[in-house]
Design a protein around this ligand. Sequence first.
Ligand SMILES: Cc1cc2nc3c(=O)[nH]c(=O)nc-3n(C[C@H](O)[C@H](O)[C@H](O)COP(=O)(O)OP(=O)(O)OC[C@H]3O[C@@H](n4cnc5c(N)ncnc54)[C@H](O)[C@@H]3O)c2cc1C
Length: 415
Amino acid sequence: MKIVVVGAGIGGLTLALSLRATGNTDVTVYERAKEVRGLGVGINLLPHAMRELTEIGMADRIAGIGTAPHALAYYNRHGQQIWREPRGLAAGYRWPQQSVHRGELQLALRDAVQERLGDVIRLDNRLTDLDAAGKRPRARFDSAGQQIDVEADLIVAAEGIHSAARAMHYPAEGAPPWSGLTLWRGIADAPVFLDGRTMIMAGDGEQKFVAYPLSAPDASGRSRINFIAELRGPGVADADWNRAVDASPIAELFRDWRFDWIDVPAIIRSSEELFEYPMVDRDPLPRWTFGRTTLLGDAAHAMYPNGSNGASQAIIDARTLAFHLATAGSIDEALAAYELDRRPAMTSLLASTRSAGPERVMQIAAERAPRGFVDIHDVIAADELDDIANGYKRAAGFLPELLNARPSLTPGAAS
Ligand SMILES: Cc1cc2nc3c(=O)[nH]c(=O)nc-3n(C[C@H](O)[C@H](O)[C@H](O)COP(=O)(O)OP(=O)(O)OC[C@H]3O[C@@H](n4cnc5c(N)ncnc54)[C@H](O)[C@@H]3O)c2cc1C
């Protein structure tokens, strides 16, 4: 079966590896960029994604580039703790959570694709048209200035939030809708905070700071810390992952966020580069599959970073599609099963991230106790905190007991 994958991002490369793992070797990946440069800052791979990456033999490489947080804690804008929960192996999962640099992950996936499938990544190939009619869909690429047409048994569009294929199927959709929040993302070499293995989120729906280490502390107690500073407004022109801005004015917006356990403005000031991005997502779609073409990852369901699920869900899409292609009676049945498994789940996860996902505890604490609290349980009952955290995990498919017991997406695997 000849399969064309559009986009050598996290989803497209994982799909190529997943197809290889189920015996499909006629796979070509077309990528717009002239080289895979490994861009971006940190992302989290949650245990449900780490399960899939482990089952395609990527666990050691990822452990080599990332670090495994063992807790997640939420704070208000006064630095008081609202909620803390174990993460990864500490939470009883069979797989860890890994915090990694997105670009390093992309390069690790690219290297694995080259080792296992050979020279199948076609750089400088931008999808410009897609003909989904008939049994052999056709993609047109601007290939280093030449127009080329490629026919396949299946074309998977994994070209991210600005997917050209999606725009062809939904021409009236326009730019990704803006939440009203602006994000500044960076990586700083800074002193570790708390125990050096905890991811934190502080603030509320108006202003927030998220941070987690990307490396173990060095001998002087410093590590690479990934962070996202977030503020309602001020408005950014378009969703470009690589727009660099000056850190000082952003650090100034957080000047009062100096707590005895973290110094937020100092971290922002010491970032190597700071990237500005509007917090945008995509509306859920009524359909991903058109003939023998389908959407995958952000092309299908770009979501807010609340809950750290964007890359993780792209990885699960890839493994699910490869599983159905290997086990269904035909390509059409496989695509129908993929969409049935993934699209309703992503529609509900998109709704959950739009209502702040697990970070809703921070908004509730700010509404009920804007000046802070003595005891968080005077503000939010323990059950309510628990329901919010577990409700999100259920929507995203990573309640520990369910994930640990779910059958593998490797055809024929024991569990
Ligand atoms: C440069 C970059 C930096 C990012 N940085 C971050 C970050 O710091 N934090 C974060 O949470 N998320 C980041 N993301 C998004 C994150 O990678 C995705 O949300 C998630 O990994 C889902 O992966 P995906 O494969 O669906 O999309 P992506 O990982 O976005 O991959 C899409 C790929 O398709 C390619 N492409 C786009 N259009 C075309 C076309 N017409 N033809 C061919 N190829 C095309 C892109 O160049 C890219 O390689 C970044 C994405 C990019 C592209």
